[in-house]
Design a protein around this ligand. Sequence first.
Ligand SMILES: [Ca+2]
Length: 270
Amino acid sequence: MRRLFRISIVGLLALAGAVLVLSCLNLQGCLIPHNSDVIPVYSYNVVNTYPHDPDAFTQGLVFEDGVLYEGTGLLEHSTLRRVELETGDVLQIRELPDQFFGEGITIYGNEIIQLTWQSSIGFVYDKNSFELLQEFDYSTEGWGITHDGEHLIMSDGTSTLYFLDPQTFEQIGQLEVFDNDGPVTRLNELEYIQGEIYANVWQTDRIARIAPETGQVVGWVELEGLLSTEDCTEPVDVLNGIAYDADNRRLFVTGKLWPKLFEIELISPV
Ligand SMILES: [Ca+2]
């Protein structure tokens, strides 16, 4: 009887140990994504197609109060623009000094913030007049910029996103972006949409949907074929530019020197 009791105790301890090990494995699985955890790939429907200035080397794209704002790049050609969505007409333009290669833009309050590529200088403009109000500097390259309502979020072409204080422009945090294969580099134009950071990945037709709390890519948007073959002529460059109409939940995308800008809706994988 005592022997049977001992065997039962040993059995129970073994069972408890097995449960503990399995629990740890499960916990580990929750913390570290496995390759078997499939990241959903979203496709798209084109809802509307609009004209886009084929000379606009799009580096930043934002939508607010019915109009688009666009930052363009290239030395001697960089601009900040207000653009009519329906016609693509440029309603207002400010040219950057020739030595600056314009990059991402975002609207924060009544100001527009524009990065430059390798000058480590950002510009702050009055949203309405485009008057230059302030300059600030940063230590990395400047690629894309957006904000989550509290912090500016910028990319520099690596897998790191930087969080900046919108008043002082001091860096207050950073985030490493990864998917199941490791770091996701070449993060470019950004847009904060309903609690996620959307990021163009330079030289791809994909947009990463990033969880701001962890840096994990929680979805991919596959936009291959968005620009038709007949529109894909020289010097059309890569997909770049994401803007979101939060009031009407419209998502806009375009590319560098693309003749068209698209409103798209995302289709969840089955
Ligand atoms: Ca954007």
